[in-house]
Design a protein around this ligand. Sequence first.
Ligand SMILES: C[S@@+](CC[C@H](N)C(=O)[O-])C[C@H]1O[C@@H](n2cnc3c(N)ncnc32)[C@H](O)[C@@H]1O
Length: 244
Amino acid sequence: MWSKSLLTSNVKNDHEKRLCSAQVYEMGDSDDDDIPQLSSHTLAALQEFYDEQQQRKTDPGEGNKYNIGVIEENWQLSQFWYSEETALRLATEAIMAAGKGGRIACVSAPSVYQKLRELNGEDFSVCILEYDKRFAVYGEEFIYYDYNNPLNLPQKLIPHSFDIVIADPPYLSEECLRKTAETIKYLTQRKILLCTGAIMEKEAAELLGVKMCRFIPKHTRNLANEFRCYVNYDSGLNSEVSCS
Ligand SMILES: C[S@@+](CC[C@H](N)C(=O)[O-])C[C@H]1O[C@@H](n2cnc3c(N)ncnc32)[C@H](O)[C@@H]1O
C-alpha cells in the first residue's frame, strides 16, 4: 500500500502555515510488496530536483546575478519563487503603476526585484526588503526586514516615498498580514500590489483596502494553496484572466 503525505513547511502554528506541493510517497505495510518502489511521478520529481542542483553548481556569473533561482528557495523561510512569466508580469505591472521615474519597493518579494533589475530599466528605482540576508548581494538596494518589527526600517526609507509597494508576506496568517500591512502603509504613497493566498481575501480588504485581481500568479513549483494578487488601484492585472 502506498501512503501519501504532504511536505509541510513553516508550520509555526495551525494558522501560520504554507503547504508546498511536493508529495512524498512512502511504502506502507504490505504482504505482496517487499521491495520498495517509487512511483514514476516521484522519480520524475526527484530527477528534476537533481538536475536543478547540478545546474546550480555552475557559477551563474555576473551577467546572471538577477536570475530567479540563482538564490535557491529555502522552504524553512517560506520561499516559493514565482514563475518567470509571473515575475515578468508583476515587474512590468509595477513599472507601469510607478510611472516614469517611479520608486518601487519589493517587500518579501525578491523575484520581482530580480526581474525588475534584469529588465535593466533606467526609468525607475527599486529596493528589496528581505529577511534572508543572502539577498544582501544586491548591495545598497537590499534592506534587511523582519515583518515582526514592521517599522524597524532604516531612516533613508522616508514614509510614503514609494509610488508602489509590492508585497508577498511569508505566512498565511492574520498576524503576518497585519504586521506586513503596517510596513506597506508606511512605505507607499498610495498604490499597493499584494500577493497572498486566496484565503486571505477578507483580511487583505480590511487591512489594506485591496481587491482580488483576475490575474492568477504562478510559482516555479505547484503550491497546495491557491494564490492571488490584490490591488487598490486601477490595474492591468484585472484586464486579463490568463494565468502566467
Ligand atoms: C512566499 S515568499 C514570497 C516570494 C515571492 N513569491 C517571490 O517569488 O519573490 C515569502 C518571502 O518572505 C521572506 N520572509 C521569510 N521570513 C520573513 C520575515 N520574518 N520577515 C520578512 N520576510 C520574511 C522569505 O525570505 C520570502 O522571500
